[in-house]
Design a protein around this ligand. Structure first.
Ligand code: IMP
Ligand code: MG
Length: 284
C-alpha cells in the first residue's frame, strides 16, 4: 500500500471517493514531531495492505480542512469510510495507542472484516414478543417487578415490557464485573442499588446475556436479601459455555456459541449498544 501525499484539491478524489477505508494523516507542517509518525504509517500500510489506503495531507496547504477538524499542531489521524469520517484521534498518542485505535475502528469499519449479523431486528422482535407472552402467562396473578441490569439490558427491557399487557413495575440495578475486557474479571461490585420495594413480590431479573454466570449469580443472591416472593431470571442471550457460577435462566431469547456479541444493548468497548441487530466478532 502506497502512502500518498496529497493536496487539498486531491482530497475529494482520493479520500472521499476511495472504495477502501482511508487513514488520513493531517499534519501541520513537517516538523520533527510529525516525522516520527512516518515509520508508524509505513507499518500500518504494511499491516493493513489491501484493506486500507493511507494518505498524508499537509494542513498548511489545506487550511480549511484543518480548521474543520480542529487540527492545531499535532498530526491528526482520521479514518474515512465511504467518504465520511468515522473516527479521529485527538492529542498526542503513542504508537501503541494509534495501533489500538486503528484496530478497534477497523474491526467494524473495514471492508473485509464485516461484522456477522447473528440476529436481525425482525428476529429479535419476534422472539421478544414471544417471551413477553410467556412471562405474562406465568406471572398472571402475581405482583411483578422487573429488575433490569444496566446498561446492556436497556433495549431488551424497553421492547419486552411493551408487549406485556398487565400492570408491572420495573427498576434498574447497576453492577460492574467486566471493565473493557472481553472476559469477566470475576469481581462484582454494586454501582447502583434498586429503589423498588420487592418484598413479597415476584422479581424477574432482566439481563442481556448469561455468560460465566458471575453477574447474574451475584445479583440473584443480592436481591434475595430484600425478601421477594421469588427471583427468576430472563436473558436475551445465553452463551453455551460452562458456567463458573451455576445460574439457571428461566427465560432465554437465544442460545449462542462462545462468540463475542454486540449491538441491541450489548457493547463493544462501550460502543455500538445502539445497533438494532446483534452482531458477532470472530471466535474468542
Ligand atoms: P457473566 O458475569 O460472565 O455471566 O457476564 C455477564 C455480563 O458480561 C453481561 O451482562 C454482559 O454485560 C457482559 N458480556 C458477556 N459476554 C458478552 C458479549 O459477548 N458481549 C458483550 N457483553 C458481554
Ligand atoms: Mg451486562
Amino acid at each position: 500500500m502506497v502512502l500518498n501525499q496529497i493536496t487539498e484539491s486531491e482530497f475529494g478524489e482520493k479520500v472521499l471517493k476511495s472504495p477502501l477505508p482511508v487513514l488520513v494523516d493531517f499534519r501541520a507542517g513537517w516538523s520533527a514531531s510529525c516525522r516520527q509518525f512516518d515509520p508508524l504509517l509505513d507499518e500500518i500500510a504494511r499491516d493493513y495492505s489491501g484493506r486500507l489506503a493511507v494518505a498524508v495531507i499537509n494542513v498548511d496547504e489545506a487550511a480549511d480542512l484543518a480548521r474543520g477538524l480542529g487540527v492545531i499542531n499535532l498530526p491528526t489521524l482520521v479514518l474515512y469510510r465511504a467518504g465520511r469520517p468515522v473516527a479521529q484521534t485527538s492529542g498526542a498518542l503513542s504508537k501503541k495507542e494509534v495501533i489500538n485505535w486503528l484496530s478497534e475502528n477497523l474491526e467494524i469499519s473495514s471492508g473485509r472484516e464485516q461484522p456477522r449479523i447473528l440476529f436481525n431486528s425482525d428476529r429479535i422482535n419476534e422472539r421478544v414478543k414471544a417471551m413477553a407472552r410467556q412471562i405474562e402467562d406465568d406471572f398472571r396473578d402475581q405482583e411483578l417487578v422487573l429488575i433490569a441490569v444496566l446498561k446492556g439490558s436497556v433495549l431488551f427491557l424497553a421492547d419486552l415490557v411493551r408487549w406485556i399487557s398487565r400492570p408491572l413495575a420495573f427498576d434498574f440495578i447497576g453492577v460492574s464485573s467486566y471493565e473493557h475486557s472481553r472476559t469477566s474479571l470475576g469481581v462484582v461490585t454494586l454501582d447502583k442499588e434498586i429503589k423498588a420495594d420487592v418484598r413479597g413480590k415476584s422479581v424477574l431479573i432482566v439481563d442481556d446475556i448469561l455468560d460465566s454466570g458471575r453477574t447474574l449469580g451475584w445479583i440473584k443472591e443480592h436481591l434475595k436479601k430484600f425478601g421477594p416472593r421469588e427471583v427468576k431470571v430472563c436473558v436475551l442471550l445465553e452463551k453455551e459455555v460452562p458456567r463458573i457460577i451455576e445460574v439457571k435462566a428461566d427465560y432465554v431469547g437465544f442460545k449462542i456459541p462462545n462468540v463475542f456479541v454486540y449491538g441491541y444493548g450489548l457493547d463493544l468497548r462501550d460502543r455500538h449498544r445502539n445497533l438494532p441487530h446483534i452482531a458477532a466478532l470472530e471466535e474468542t
